[in-house]
Design a protein around this ligand. Structure first.
Ligand SMILES: C[S@@+](CC[C@H](N)C(=O)[O-])C[C@H]1O[C@@H](n2cnc3c(N)ncnc32)[C@H](O)[C@@H]1O
Length: 212
């Protein structure tokens, strides 16, 4: 069946792409929608007229779900570091009211973002990448703005298994300890305070907020 969604490979080339870009299967896209509706959206409310940045958008499943529910007047940016990922996203989101950014465009965004969120990406981010991300958040989030991210913590069995799995050897996985995340955020983004932390057996979700 032609779903109209584009995806040209499971594993992106190491170096240029850093990992899995997201699949085209119905299940994968449905889980993106469920995550947006049930997990992410509820923690971003009240949204008002958000100016939102999605960090590591891959092939665009979360972008698509987000654009279906965001209020009028929203501004939506998506950042994806890999050229292959940006190309897939552009095809899947053709005509959508959202802007894809490369690294250069990302740096020139004004510091007025009301929400930054990063889903299913932090296991691709090494120490330097996290350092840059949290520094970016500190500089670009508007007063009162929300940062929301998930990760697979080393403190869970799934985190430990994820690290050990041989089928992930095409690219490195970074399985963070919650204390490392908190330490780095406190250092790099001292304007932010943690508001919520939700733990399940596989992924932990944290919500941080910039002071007014
Ligand atoms: C598993 S995909 C998830 C894509 C999307 N967030 C989703 O849930 O469908 C991981 C994405 O993270 C991107 N990525 C890797 N390192 C990154 C970094 N340092 N900053 C932002 N994105 C990164 C990859 O290129 C890839 O598109």
């Amino acid at each position: 069946m032609d779903t109209g969604r584009v995806w040209d490979g499971l594993v992106a080339k190491h170096g240029e792409v850093k990992g899995f870009l997201g699949g085209a299967s119905d299940n994968y896209w449905a889980s993106g929608r469920a995550t947006w509706n049930n997990v992410i959206l509820s923690h971003l409310l009240p949204l008002g007229s958000p100016t939102m940045l999605e960090w590591g958008a891959g092939s665009g499943r979360i972008t698509k779900a987000a654009l279906e529910t965001l209020p009028e007047g929203s501004t939506y940016y998506a950042y994806e570091p890999s050229a292959a990922g940006r190309e897939l996203w552009e095809k899947n989101l053709a005509g959508a009211d959202a802007v894809m950014l490369d690294e250069t465009a990302l740096q020139s965004l004004p510091a007025n973002l009301t929400h930054i969120f990063c889903f299913f990406v932090m296991h691709h981010m090494d120490y330097d990448a996290l350092w840059d991300f949290f520094g970016y958040v500190n500089e670009h989030l508007a007063p009162g703005g929300i940062l929301l991210f998930d990760y697979i913590p080393i403190t869970t069995t799934i985190g430990a298994r994820f690290l050990a799995r041989k089928d992930r050897s095409e690219w490195p996985s970074y399985i963070w300890h919650p204390a490392q995340i908190r330490w780095m955020l406190n250092l790099r983004a001292p304007r932010l305070t943690r508001r919520e932390m939700l733990c399940d057996r596989a992924r932990w979700l944290e919500v941080w907020q910039r002071s007014e």
